[in-house]
Design a protein around this ligand. Structure first.
Ligand code: ASP
Length: 304
């Protein structure tokens, strides 16, 4: 087993705060509309074992905006369908000259495993219930476009926190940058144990308590099938936790509303709220491109 190549991005939990700040600073210099050939001649392999819209598209646009060649490998239509293992697929991509692998996988820890066997940087694009580091970085970038700093902000995180890799990465990142967070949702999806993830996390059982005075309201996806599996009713979730204009009014007047997507209108939030002035949901998607440009540029620069 090897030490992951320099420039790998496997988690936020183990990423030093100075690296978080460096990526955010670099992202501010990235100009998606003006191609910069920082990755000219480089090959970025996008290895996706799970569905993705935003993450895959924005890593691809980011890589191409930097002049790289991209290769997309998805479960269907590749030898993964024939049973080839993750490691063998990784060795294959490395043998055809990939300089970086961006991996999404349903198993927590899959990017770490790959990184421990290859000489090239591996970027975690979401692994099971573990982490989604690039999402947390683009969320921080988005928050910083609206607020002067993250330290001291009140952030309400509402929804299925237990199953959410976005929540885990955001909690680690926002905690490292000094935000105060309150988690909220049904006990089955937001167990008491979740508050032990980082020091100072609070828990609210009533969504009104979580939102009151918040600077940032971050919603997470809630899957109907998961609720059904836990014998919870969707209408109960909606009645107790769904974000509505009335509930959002309890937050600070300049609060922003976030969601990593895919947002299910009518479930996590009332129909039109995603389009409300406070919503930065589409901005999060847009910001994914410069942030992922920065992540890829850092990966290639550090790997040299
Ligand atoms: N798109 C995010 C992820 O892949 C959030 C979600 O799917 O709930 O983790």
């Amino acid at each position: 087993m090897k030490t992951p190549a320099r420039g790998s991005l496997l988690s936020i939990e183990h990423l030093p705060t100075r690296d978080i700040n460096a990526i955010l600073k670099l992202a501010r210099r990235m100009k998606p509309a003006h191609p910069q050939p920082l990755l000219r001649g480089k090959r970025v392999a996008l290895l996706f074992y799970e569905t993705s819209t935003r993450t895959r598209a924005s890593f691809e646009v980011a890589a191409k905006s930097l002049g790289a060649i991209t290769v997309l490998i998805q479960t269907s239509g590749s030898s993964i369908e024939k049973g080839e293992s993750l490691l063998d697929t990784g060795y294959t991509l490395s043998a055809i000259g990939a300089d970086v692998i961006v991996l999404r996988h349903p198993n927590s820890g899959a990017p770490n495993l790959l990184a421990q066997h290859l000489d090239i940087p591996v970027i975690n694009a979401g692994d099971g219930m573990h982490e989604h580091p690039s999402q947390a970085l683009l969320d921080a970038y988005t928050i910083l476009r609206h607020k002067k700093k993250i330290a001291g902000l009140q952030v309400a995180i509402i929804g299925d926190i237990f199953h959410s890799r976005v929540a885990r990465s955001n909690i680690h990142l926002l905690s490292k940058l000094g935000a105060k967070m309150t988690l909220c949702g049904p006990p089955e999806l937001v167990p008491e144990l979740a508050t032990t993830l980082v020091p100072g996390l609070k828990l609210a059982r009533h969504v009104e308590d979580a939102v009151r005075g918040a600077d940032v309201v971050m919603l997470l996806r809630v899957q109907k099938e998961r609720l059904a599996g836990l014998k919870l009713h969707a209408f109960d979730y909606i009645a107790r936790y769904q974000m509505t204009p009335a509930r959002l009014r309890l937050a600070k007047r300049d609060a922003i509303l976030m969601h990593p997507g895919p947002a299910i209108r009518g479930m996590e939030l009332e129909g039109d709220l995603a389009d409300a002035p406070q919503s930065v949901i589409r901005e999060e998607v847009r910001n994914g491109v410069p942030v992922r440009m920065a992540i890829l540029a850092r990966a290639v620069r550090k790997a040299r």
